[in-house]
Design a protein around this ligand. Structure first.
Ligand code: ARG
Length: 566
């Protein structure tokens, strides 16, 4: 697609001396509103080179620039040269690009030939999958889709917390109070009960903590009973998690979690030793990170058992050797900032030049309206319940508004789940937020259902208007302000996607698509379509088609479906 900003750079570079393309590009501004131009080039920097006042330079240069048919006007105001895009040209360029590229419109394939690992979700098996996990799951899913859309070869990894001392705890608790039959019936709740009870009792009885440690050590050493119990707990938990993933329409390429690395730990310890990075500390092994302003990383306990970070070192090395990643992305809560700083520093100290290709993408906390989330006290909102409640309320709304809709259940699922995902991805990921049923289930304002509804409305216009993509269009007929504003937004889609990728920030797309939906509805209200004379009707339908395509792709990148009717 023609890049108007690059065109401005070209035009300026033809008449300016002393600045290269890159410098010119970095100087170009977007004026606060379109009446002042689409792009502006300020001449302050040239004052030194030309030894002249900036406004005189601008006055002089503007006469030398010929915008051809890409720009309808080029004017100087004070020290600025303002460029006004030729609107008919813009409309043609954008609508043709969307018609040609279809659901690939928005991608510039920056990742071609590169592999990006996106690790996300990664719940702990001994603990329930609660609303706090929705963030990593939904943010990670979207980041992966954005990378893939941009041409990366991606690997979706669920680094399950299926190892560690909490397993010792669960095994010990099960052996004391557990009943297999009861657990099989309602695995997560029953395991949670055991977990909560064990924690409460362990507060009073130090011996229990010792027992938990013992069982984890047995597990690491390959004790058959421990292994069997561990496998069983892992299996029944994963089955429960998969229900949630299914609702969210999420799959993983790999479930290699912490336990996957249990036989890869010796190598890590050996390597750290050979590289003189390990130190003894009261019988335990640590990596001293004091010179880098961080507390030491505990690698191996005095009883010989390994830790979370040890498994993460093994995982990073394995991933590099196995996938040869260009980026290894960890979508994990900001509470683990220090952990990932330590991890990446240790990999760096080990001499791996890819250490900083590992990136931690943190996000803020979720809390309940009446306090914090805490697994330990068993106060959790289960994600599955949240999603099911959202689907149920959506179904009720559909029954009221559109009782004859086909596939009501399927649509209710797409919209209910979409509502939860959309609100989750609406704010910058790093912001803490308070989970609210009311906001999640609201269908008004800047919400997923509003955007989905706009998409369905566009679709029904195309059906009613017998839209045909192959029709010859006179793009110059689209000149109303609401039309041009919509076209401009559609033109910006590729850069919104690129920004989202570079900043690992799905909310750029969420915000963007809300703007598109608003602009579309404004256009829809001010510009008649189906009753217009043929040529204008065709041109407008083409704009409707382009909008529908972009909304659908944007929602797809967020992990949200776009039903054609709702
Ligand atoms: N299981 C951990 C948790 O729920 C998250 C794992 C993050 N990933 C990692 N490679 N350390 O807190």
């Amino acid at each position: 697609m023609l890049d108007f900003k690059k065109e401005v750079v070209n035009l300026v570079s033809q008449v300016v001396e002393g600045l290269d393309h890159e410098e010119i590009e970095s100087l170009i501004e977007i004026p606060p509103n379109y009446n002042m131009g689409d792009y502006a080039f300020p001449c302050f920097k040239l004052a030194k080179i030309y030894r002249k006042a900036p406004n005189l330079i601008a006055e002089d240069l503007v006469n030398k620039i010929d915008g051809g048919d890409n720009f309808e006007r080029i004017e100087n105001v004070g020290p600025y040269i303002n460029f006004f895009i030729n609107k008919a040209k813009l409309t043609e360029v954008v609508l043709k690009a969307i018609a040609e590229e279809g659901n690939r419109y928005g991608s510039i394939n920056v990742g071609k030939g590169r592999t990006a690992i996106v690790e996300f979700s990664s719940p702990n098996i001994a603990k329930p999958f609660h609303i706090g996990h929705i963030r990593t799951t939904v943010i990670g899913n979207s980041i992966e889709k954005i990378f893939k859309f941009q041409g990366y070869n991606t690997v979706r990894i669920n680094h399950l917390g299926d190892y560690g001392t909490q397993f010792g705890m669960l095994i010990a608790a099960y052996k004391k109070w557990g009943d297999a039959e009861v657990i099989e019936k309602d695995p997560i709740n029953e395991l949670l009960k055991l977990y909560v009870k064990f924690n409460a009792e362990a507060e009073k009885d130090e011996n229990l903590k010792e027992e938990a440690r013992y069982w984890f050590k047995e597990l690491e050493d390959g004790n058959e009973e421990a292994l069997e119990l561990w496998q069983w707990i892992r299996d029944i938990s994963l089955k429960e998690f998969n229900k949630v993933y299914k609702l969210l329409n999420i799959e993983f390429d790999s479930y290699a979690g912490e336990s996957f690395y249990s036989d890869k730990m010796d190598r890590v310890i050996r390597e750290l030793e050979e590289k003189n990075l390990l130190q003894d500390s009261k019988g335990a092994k640590i990596v001293d990170l004091e010179p880098y302003g961080m507390p030491p990383a505990l690698i191996k306990k005095s009883d010989g058992s390994t830790l979370y970070i040890t498994r993460d070192i093994a995982a990073a090395i394995y991933r590099k050797e196995h996938y040869d990643f260009y980026k290894n992305i960890y979508v994990v809560a900001s509470q683990q900032n220090l952990h990932f700083k330590q991890l990446i520093k240790i990999i760096d100290l080990m001499g791996y030049d890819w250490a900083y290709d590992c990136v931690h993408i943190p996000f803020g906390m979720v809390s309940l309206e009446d306090g914090t989330l805490s697994t330990r006290q068993g106060r959790v909102v289960f994600l599955e319940d949240v999603l099911n409640k959202a689907i149920e309320s959506t179904l009720k709304i559909i029954e009221e508004r559109n009782p004859d809709l086909e596939n009501k259940e399927e649509v209710a699922k797409q919209v209910g789940v979409g509502a939860v995902i959309f609100q989750e991805l609406f704010n910058n990921r790093i912001k803490d937020y308070v989970f609210s049923w009311e906001r999640t289930l609201s269908f008004e304002g800047e919400t997923g259902p509003y955007v989905q509804y706009t998409h369905a409305r566009a679709n029904s216009l195309l059906e009613k208007g017998d839209f045909n993509l192959g029709d010859e269009i006179d793009f110059s007929l689209l000149k109303e302000e609401d039309e041009i504003n919509l076209v401009r937004l559609l033109y910006n889609f590729p850069s919104a996607v690129l920004d989202a990728l570079e900043k690992y920030e799905p909310s750029f797309i969420t915000r963007y698509v809300v703007e598109v939906a608003k602009a579309f509805n404004k256009f829809y209200n001010s510009c008649p379509i189906l009753n217009e004379e043929e040529e204008l009707k065709k041109a407008r339908l083409n704009l409707v088609y382009a909008t529908k395509t972009v909304i659908k792709t944007a929602l797809y990148l967020l992990g949200i479906e776009a039903p054609n009717k709702m």
